[in-house]
Write a protein that binds this ligand. Structure first.
Ligand code: NAD
Length: 298
């Protein structure tokens, strides 16, 4: 079993670190939050005094941090100076492609192997070891990363070279954000046209309007399988995180001159929803703004 450093024990990282412990690994963990560190200690992690200490004398280091600036500074200031050459570095945070590539290039120049391995799946999937990892890095780095990621997820897919995992993640979530809005608009229109929501669901789910947003995550309560709509749009995937991913997609599109008008519209609508006090609301709750039940903030 391996010795693994783990930095960032928040909503996602907390459960992921415990799954590595359950798999028999020795996990040396660190978080700036004492409460998060205490929870990890209860679950069997050994708590380090700093990110650097968590990354000393280990085979691999996993990071699960909020954004690119945290990842860049934790690697530059803590992990690179402390880790042994050859240590495998796995960043599972969702960050911009440019920072992911820059940190990976720096890591390779310093004698490390690194993958970007962002995840699809929320807090429940992190706790249950059911995440999907999209991995960017060399074949050698992927071969070393796969058995570790496999203890935290149900699927580990090699997307390509450094940064490819982040690119796949934001493109996937740009589809999801746009698709959810299209689904919400259509459901809101169907209701105004007097259609029975269940009847419309039965038809669209077997017709060309079918999508994951409709049939796995229906934004209307009482229709389709259980989803956050049935729990007052609590839990699930927070609108602030969807907005974060759409902003990353917009930045990436700009960097390569890609035209993304639907993605841009989705970003503007989620920005308005978040501005109206719904940062923590599940992203399918945007149906309330689109059907006129919630005010739109600008
Ligand atoms: P979170 O805010 O709950 O956790 C982040 C943790 O990092 C916090 O505990 C914070 O104290 C810690 N941290 C910040 N800076 C640090 C530093 N310098 N050193 C050590 N610890 C530090 O966030 P989360 O929901 O766990 O998300 C983590 C990442 O996963 C984000 O990039 C997010 O976009 C991505 N993600 C989240 C979800 C989700 O549903 N929450 C789903 C998919 C991907």
């Amino acid at each position: 079993m391996a010795r693994i450093g783990f930095v960032g024990l928040g909503n996602m990282g907390g459960g992921m670190a415990l799954n590595l412990v359950k798999a028999g690994h020795d996990v040396f963990a660190f978080d700036l939050s004492e409460a998060a560190a205490a929870k990890a200690r209860e679950g069997g992690c050994k708590i380090a005094a700093s990110a650097g200490e968590a990354g000393t004398d280990v085979d691999a280091i996993v990071t699960m941090l909020p954004a690119g600036k945290h990842v860049a500074s934790v690697y530059a200031e803590q992990i690179f100076p402390a880790a042994k050459p050859g240590t495998l570095l796995l960043d599972c945070s969702t960050i911009d492609v440019a920072t992911a590539r820059a940190v990976a290039a720096d890591a390779v120049a310093k004698g490390f192997e690194m993958v970007d391995a962002p995840v699809s799946g929320g807090i429940a999937a992190a706790n249950n070891g059911a995440l999907t990892f999209m991995v960017g890095g060399t074949d050698e780095a992927f071969a070393r990363a796969e058995p570790i990621l496999g203890k935290m997820g149900k699927a580990v897919i090699h997307a390509g070279d450094a940064g490819a995992g982040q690119a796949a993640k934001i493109c996937n979530n740009m589809i999801l954000g746009s698709q959810m809005i299209a689904t919400c608009e259509a459901l809101a229109l169907a209701l105004r046209l007097g259609l029975d929501p269940q009847k419309f669901y039965d038809i669209a789910s077997k017709a060309s309007g079918q999508s994951w947003s409709l049939t796995s995550y229906c934004p209307l309560p009482g229709v389709g399988p259980q989803s956050p709509a049935d729990r007052g749009y609590e839990g699930g995937f927070a609108s602030a995180l969807m907005l974060k991913d759409l902003k990353l997609a917009m930045g990436a599109a700009q960097s390569v001159d890609a035209s993304v008008p639907m993605g841009a519209a989705a970003e503007a609508l989620f920005q308005a929803f978040v501005n109206s006090g719904h940062a923590a609301t599940d992203f399918s709750g945007i149906i309330g703004m689109l059907n006129g039940e919630l005010p739109v903030a600008h």
